[in-house]
Design a protein around this ligand. Structure first.
Ligand code: ADP
Ligand code: MG
Length: 690
């Protein structure tokens, strides 16, 4: 933005070193940061409601005078203090109550006028306001920022009051708004009906009415989305400009593979394969994200893409997050595709094996290399890498994902995820990728029946599992940790394995698997399970992604409250892969509202897209995408879920801009460029590289 706002806070009236420090703790270092420190909510203090009209279970802001105050000790809890203050206006009076904050008392002198914000509740037959937020109205100073208007309420820095903060922000607005030049070019603003920056900043803090506040919100959200989209859009343009490989997509290898499959591809798979084929045939490098619910059959699609590269003489690499999954893909693809030489590379291979693998990959002996992040090691060099597939991409960081493609000369890239999100959101968040979606499961799959049991009723849960085992099916039971924790009071897989083996499940054959076992041991156990030598697999989340064993029909998750929603859905995805009815049993004494919401969502929805939406709602976009989209957690005011339209517009503008002026050299884009470089310093490099 305007350099004029990148000024240390201390320059502002009312801010000394001490105040500056408590602002700094919240990341507010400059005037700009302060102006972008938005209210967390507003109170309409233009008209206050009469106390006589207050109703139970509603939240209000009232203005009233202190009539009396008192303090007492709780009967039930010793040492617990309760302050009661009777306040009234011309219509009625009401009690306000604060718990265990005796120091508040001094504010409530009789005769003082208060503004109170809180919920009205009934207690012992009378209405009262519990622990309201309050402000003391001054009879001496100017109250125009605090009363008689829509008033902003902020999250407060240490040792700061709402009134003081409003005053400080007002100073900043008065002094700096006249100096602001809007960095959003005029034509973008007018095309999208956006308020200018100065007006928006004023109206977001001190709106004259809620309409203008909304307009300000739109403008400021647009700006966040827009800045976030520009680097993505530019990256996409750049990638497309590079010269990639035009693969020989028609050929025997692919045709034979498809005829050899024991099933028909679904329509959704066919469609996605068509999209990938078009990309791979073209000389532009493919950058595609493939989304599909757990069990939708992404592996086959990726394998076909691999064969398209291989039949033209190129190599393909599949990177997956766990060794178990690498092994599974390796076994499955080996069985399905003749005439292709596969290599398996994981960190647990010994030096000799690794060396041999490196050599064979480098010499082009191996057509398809499957592995974990071990593929990223320096020593891995390809002869002619033509396709990179990254499975379960959410398990890798952005940085890791970028490391594999550079081992080839602009290979095609296919990124796969089983945490699907709504299409518009996917397109905007992964703005540098094209998006394909498998929106259909193979036919004949039954919805997994999901149930919740408390710890107390666990034995009924075990009965369901045993029932499945007796019918010859297999089951998993997943624990959040390997070793149990007394502190957190959670059971661990190891101890429970021995308990279950000699107790509840002693008539069955049990196996134990977790991440601390040697790879060879893990492989052996998975193999035994696959060959039905084991009935019940006691495990940790090493099973979370990808495992595909159709005879398993029961997934039990212990301490289910400790897992995220998408994680639970992934675990559930380990069953329901065959034609028998399957069960997902969540055992939990969930107490927090979020944990309860997750369990409810699991019971209500089977569809991964719905689950992801719920997960996004529960966690918020920043948490949901975590570090993977670190830019997202920087969104302060914009919300991709509730402002999808605005996000779309911002993206369209970003794409338009990167086509018209990729280096932001035009005069009208000068301020924008400054702002962008301030926000994303790495953008400079992005603009320069070819
Ligand atoms: P995911 O998308 O979760 O990675 P997988 O690729 O592991 O799913 O596929 C799940 C199972 O469905 C596999 O056993 C696979 O062989 C099978 N499968 C894939 N496509 C089809 C299809 N069109 N019809 C029947 N089964 C299929
Ligand atoms: Mg998979």
């Amino acid at each position: 933005m305007e350099k004029s706002l990148v000024v240390p806070l201390q320059y502002l009236k009312g801010i000394g070193p001490k105040r500056a420090k408590s602002f700094n703790k919240l990341g507010i270092n400059t005037i700009e940061d302060l102006l972008y420190y938005f209210p967390r909510r507003y109170e309409d203090r233009t008209n206050f409601i009469s106390i006589s009209k207050l109703q139970e279970d509603q939240t209000y802001t009232i203005k009233a005078q202190v009539l009396a105050r008192g303090e007492r000790r709780s009967f039930r809890r010793r040492g617990f203090s309760i302050i009661e203050v009777a306040v009234g206006d011309s219509t009625a009076k009401i009690f306000c109550v604060w718990f265990n904050q005796p120091y508040l008392k001094e504010y409530f002198k009789v005769g003082v006028t208060l503004i109170l914000y809180g919920r009205i509740e009934r207690y012992a037959g009378r209405l009262q306001m519990n622990s309201p937020e309050f402000e003391v109205v001054s009879s001496k100073s100017d109250e125009s920022l605090n009363i008689g208007r829509i008033t902003p309420i902020y999250s407060l820095p240490e040792a700061m009051t709402q009134r003081r903060l409003r005053q400080i922000i007002k100073y900043a607005l008065d002094e700096y708004l006249p100096k602001i030049n809007d960095f959003l070019p005029f034509d973008i603003r007018s095309r999208n009906n956006l308020l200018n920056l100065a007006k928006s900043l004023l109206a977001i803090h001190f709106p004259d009415n809620f309409e203008i506040q909304k307009e300000a919100l739109s403008r400021l959200s647009f700006e966040e989305f827009f800045l976030f989209q520009i680097p993505l859009a530019l990256r996409k343009v750049k990638k497309k400009q590079r010269k990639g490989i035009a693969h020989q997509v028609e050929g025997e290898l692919v045709a034979n593979f498809i005829t050899g499959l024991p099933f028909q591809l679904t329509r959704a798979q066919e469609k996605v394969i068509g999209e990938i084929k078009a990309d791979m045939a073209a000389a532009e490098p493919m950058q595609r994200l493939l989304q599909g619910d757990v069990g939708s059959g992404k592996t086959v699609v990726a394998t076909i893409a691999g064969l398209m590269a291989i039949q033209g003489g190129y190599q393909a690499a599949f990177m997956v997050p766990t060794e178990i999954l690498a092994r599974q893909h390796y076994d499955k693809i080996s069985a399905q595709s003749r005439g292709v030489r596969l290599g398996l590379l994981t960190s647990s291979a010994n030096e000799k094996e690794k060396k041999r693998m490196y050599k064979e990959i480098a010499e082009g002996e191996i057509n398809l290399a499957i592995g974990t992040h071990a593929l990223l090691e320096e020593a891995v060099k390809f002869k002619n890498l033509g396709l990179v597939v990254i499975d379960e991409q959410h398990k890798f960081g952005v940085g890791q994902r970028a490391l594999l493609p550079v081992k080839g000369a602009n290979p095609d890239v296919l990124i796969m995820t089983a945490t699907p999100i709504p299409r518009t959101l996917a397109i905007t968040l992964y703005g540098d990728l094209d998006v394909s979606i498998i929106n259909e499961l193979p036919p004949g799959r039954l919805a997994v029946k999901t149930m919740h049991f408390t710890q107390e009723n666990k034995s009924s849960a075990y009965e369901i599992a045993k029932d499945q085992l007796r019918q010859g099916s297999q089951a998993y039971i997943v624990y959040p940790v390997i070793e149990e924790s007394y502190v957190l009071d959670i059971k661990g897989a190891k101890k429970m394995y021995s308990e279950l083996k000699s107790g509840e499940f002693k008539e069955f054959k049990l196996g134990l698997i977790h991440g601390r076992l040697k790879q060879s041991e893990q492989d052996e156990i998975m193999l035994k399970f696959k060959q039905k030598e084991l009935d019940l697999l006691v495990s940790t989340t090493v099973l979370e992604v990808g495992i595909d064993i159709a005879n398993a029909t029961c997934m039990m998750v212990e301490s289910a409250e400790r897992f995220g929603l998408s994680q639970l859905h992934q675990l559930r995805g380990r069953v329901g892969r065959g034609r028998q009815e399957s069960f997902c049993i969540l055992i939990s004494d969930a107490e927090t509202p979020e944990a309860k919401a997750r369990l409810e969502a699991m019971i209500k929805y089977n569809d991964g897209f719905r689950i992801a939406e719920e997960d996004l709602k529960i966690r918020g976009p920043g948490e949901f995408f975590g570090l993977r989209q670190s830019g997202l957690s920087e969104l302060r005011i914009a919300n991709p879920l509730t402002q999808m339209q605005l996000l779309k517009k911002a993206r369209e503008e970003a794409i338009r801009l990167t086509h018209l002026d990729p280096k932001l050299e035009m005069r009208q884009n000068g301020l924008l460029k400054e702002k962008l470089l301030q926000r994303f310093p790495e953008y400079e490099k992005l603009m320069m590289v070819g």
